[in-house]
Design a binder for this molecule. Structure first.
Ligand SMILES: Nc1ncnc2c1ncn2[C@@H]1O[C@H](COP(=O)(O)OP(=O)(O)OP(=O)(O)O)[C@@H](O)[C@H]1O
Ligand SMILES: [Mg+2]
Length: 349
């Protein structure tokens, strides 16, 4: 083994620190040095692709991808580079298929037969299916529609029938009035249902387009609970409480939500539950190693006996980092060494 890894970043975007890199990148690089490894950081550009493949394949045991897909012009071209690298024996942290499996919004549908996600959670990949089924689900109660792309609440809509009587046997009427609140900024818009569904076509069309449809969980006002994971270890918990305004339901960064940083020990029930479910999650999502850095977000619900129940709202893994608690870099470096060593020895065996 070369004991050398290469971090991939991209120039620009609002996720950078004063050094132009993700705030936790240099701390991780330094933590790797402290355990006898070396690392370099490279800015990816489409133009440098060929040269990068040769350099990384020759010099590094692994790449660590630290790029928000929103900051790339052509994500599939970048993924293609990552695939070429793993084909040449470079350990991928993460591989594109792992990013897609853990990070895409339809992860919720894959996990709906576990107790972590309500069984009435759906994904639509075409307009026909969306038009046929969404009105039926909406007729039964308030829903949240989630687009796959974008982050920080863009294209995440809470949808509510203004008048519960505007339904027939096919569900809510296309002419029914709906109140739609976007998680980006908790702004409320009034639409006719048919009009709103046509507006949503933008989320369904194109590569990786989809809409996930899940029930609205009113206890979101108590907060969303994010577990930050370094591989198989929960390392901290962020409690995100939506703004106090009447329609606010968003826990995203720019919506006015308040963030509080806790430890896993502050959330024993949730952490125990999640750890118990991890083997099952790994199996359902394709039997990959758990990602290097990833998150799982939970919202409280109440079960039929009146007890608290934690519901998974989303997972992220393609560009998760930390901007506080930079000492976590030591844990990340240890996890990198563990994952790279394990995968390299598998290759040699
Ligand atoms: N089923 C639900 N019930 C109530 N509120 C929800 C539900 N799903 C999502 N939300 C709210 O909407 C917000 C945005 O949704 P979500 O986290 O799925 O999207 P996102 O845009 O990917 O956000 P992020 O920037 O965290 O990746 C959540 O933080 C939460 O406050
Ligand atoms: Mg979220």
């Amino acid at each position: 083994m070369k004991k050398h890894v290469i971090f991939l970043e991209v120039e620009g975007g609002n996720d950078k620190g004063t050094d132009g890199l993700r705030p936790d990148t240099m701390p991780i690089v330094n933590s790797l040095k402290a355990v006898g490894w070396t690392a370099e950081v490279i800015f990816y550009t489409e133009a440098k692709k060929k040269e990068l493949i040769e350099h990384i394949a020759a010099e590094a045991d692994a790449y660590i991808s630290r790029i928000n897909p929103g900051n790339l012009d052509d994500e599939s071209s970048y993924f293609e580079m990552l695939r070429q690298l793993t084909n040449r024996g470079v350990v991928g942290l993460e591989r594109p298929e792992v990013m897609m499996s853990y990070g895409a919004k339809d992860v919720l549908v894959k996990l709906r037969d576990t107790s972590l996600v309500p069984t009435d959670t759906f994904a639509y990949y075409n307009m026909t299916d969306f038009i046929e089924n969404f009105p039926k689900h909406l007729a039964k109660g308030e829903r949240v529609l989630k687009q796959n792309r974008g982050s920080t609440g863009e294209g995440i809509w809470r949808v509510e029938l203004v008048n519960k009587e505007e339904v027939d046997i096919n569900g809510a009427l296309f002419t029914a009035q709906v109140k739609c609140t976007e998680a980006k900024d908790n702004q409320v818009y009034n639409f006719q249902l048919g009009e709103f569904m046509n507006f949503c076509e933008q989320y369904i069309e194109g590569e990786n387009g989809m809409l996930v449809d899940m029930k609205f969980l009113p206890r979101i006002v108590e907060g969303e609970i994010r577990i930050l994971m370094i591989n198989d270890q929960p390392v901290n918990v962020v409690h995100k409480k939506p703004a106090e305004d009447a329609d606010a339901f968003s826990a995203t960064l720019f919506s006015g939500a308040k963030y509080r940083y806790d430890t896993p020990a502050d959330w024993p029930v949730l952490i125990k539950l999640f750890k118990e479910k991890l083997p099952m999650i790994i199996g359902i999502l394709g039997d990959y190693d758990l990602p290097l850095i990833w998150t799982a977000d939970f919202i409280l619900d109440t079960d039929e006996h009146g007890n608290d129940k934690y519901i998974l709202g989303e997972m992220n893994c393609s560009c998760v980092g930390f901007t506080s608690h930079l000492e976590l870099s030591d844990d990340v470096a240890r996890a990198i060494v563990k994952l790279v060593t394990k995968n390299k020895s598998k290759e040699l065996a």
